[in-house]
Ligand binder design. Structure first.
Ligand code: HEM
Length: 224
């Protein structure tokens, strides 16, 4: 069998740093959120960092590289259904650049869950020592309800992430399509020539990230 021969850079550095930072920050959030010791201050900053990352990724979805844009990977129902039929017939795609139509919607779902998880955290309290920076706005009753939602969403999020990881592994095993290496190196090897997507400088992504972080920290400082 001949190897793949057409390497193309499909993911910009911004998307890749976003993705793997998310994994690290979420693991940290989980450990600090469930620890018996008091790590809530760190947990809060990890949550604000997750929110910064996700809001930056949403902005990048409008102004970023071609494969990062929502307009590139959010497709209509028909495209999703046609795609899924192909998946279950184990047809192998050789030339897709970027997220597939089903994966595109799962990206939106994950981003939405992450925003909801981080925002509810801002309004939560732990009944003992810690009050989220916006919990005072909600008042104790509502803050308690939102804390419940924060715990519940945490479980939904981990199920969604588990499905995400299983799907990526299924592509590797059943379709012989390695999606993981491109998410690390940015480069995917194709069996036939494809048009390389336009990728933007990671400095723009970094600028957006810093601006969003500054606005969030300033806004939360004003609110508390
Ligand atoms: C070991 C763990 C993980 C692996 C191996 C993995 C793998 C991948 C791969 C291969 C893609 C690209 C899919 C494609 O080519 O269409 C991807 C995208 C994505 N993953 Fe993961 N993932 C992991 C953990 C996570 C976690 C913890 C999250 C958090 C919610 C997450 C959220 C996302 C998102 C939002 C995207 C879309 C990236 C973008 O367009 O910016 N992943 N992941």
């Amino acid at each position: 069998m001949q190897g793949n021969r057409y390497p193309v850079r499909v993911w910009d550095l911004g998307v890749r740093v976003f993705h793997w930072s998310l994994l690290v920050l979420l693991t940290g959030s989980w450990l600090t959120g469930t620890s018996e010791d008091d790590w809530m201050e760190v947990h809060q900053w990890l949550g604000i960092s997750v929110l910064t990352l996700v809001l930056s990724r949403v902005a990048w979805g409008f102004v970023g590289s071609e494969t990062a844009r929502f307009g590139h990977f959010i497709r209509g129902r028909r495209a999703v259904v046609t795609y899924l039929r192909g998946v279950f017939s184990f047809r192998v795609e050789h030339n897709r650049v970027g997220h597939n139509p089903a994966g595109g919607w799962s990206v939106l779902l994950l981003l939405g869950l992450l925003v909801a998880q981080a925002v509810t955290g801002l309004f939560s309290n732990d009944d003992v020592l810690f009050d989220g920076p916006l919990s005072g706005w909600a008042g104790k009753g509502l803050s308690d309800v939102i804390t419940g939602v924060h715990y519940f969403l945490f479980n939904v999020l981990w199920v969604a992430i588990a499905v995400h990881i299983v799907a990526v592994l299924a592509y590797l095993v059943f379709k012989r399509d390695n999606l993981i290496t491109p998410m690390i190196t940015g480069v995917k090897s194709y069996k036939e020539p494809v048009v390389a997507p336009r990728l933007h400088s990671p400095w723009w992504a970094a600028l957006i990230l810093v601006l969003i972080f500054a606005v969030l920290v300033w806004g939360l400082g004003q609110a508390t």
